[in-house]
Design a protein around this ligand. Structure first.
Ligand code: FES
Length: 93
């Protein structure tokens, strides 16, 4: 069975599809968009920092230096460590 695919909408930007097992930043690049900053793609540089405004998600390991527990609670995530669990609305700083 293949993973569910969710719709990712960037506030004031593009929309693209992202399967549940793919990272949002990688799905964006695959679709040819550049709404979110791309750096290390490994959860360390913080270039891809965004805020999830709406929707369910899970994250892989993120640098605590780039995303503090307070940030996390406010919905800030690193898009290269972000997996959608439903359709997401994302705000880019
Ligand atoms: S691209 Fe470097 S933290 Fe996401």
């Amino acid at each position: 069975m293949s993973a569910a695919v969710h719709r990712i909408s960037i506030v004031g930007g593009n929309e693209f599809a992202c399967p549940e097992d793919e990272r949002v930043l990688i799905a964006m690049e695959r679709c040819g968009f550049d709404d979110i900053g791309v750096g290390c793609r490994g959860g360390g540089c913080g270039f891809c920092r965004v805020r999830v405004v709406e929707g369910q998600y899970r994250t892989g390991k993120m640098s605590a230096e780039k995303i503090s527990p307070e940030d996390r609670a406010a919905g800030y995530v690193l898009a290269c460590r972000l997996y959608p669990l439903g359709d997401l609305m994302i705000e880019v700083d």
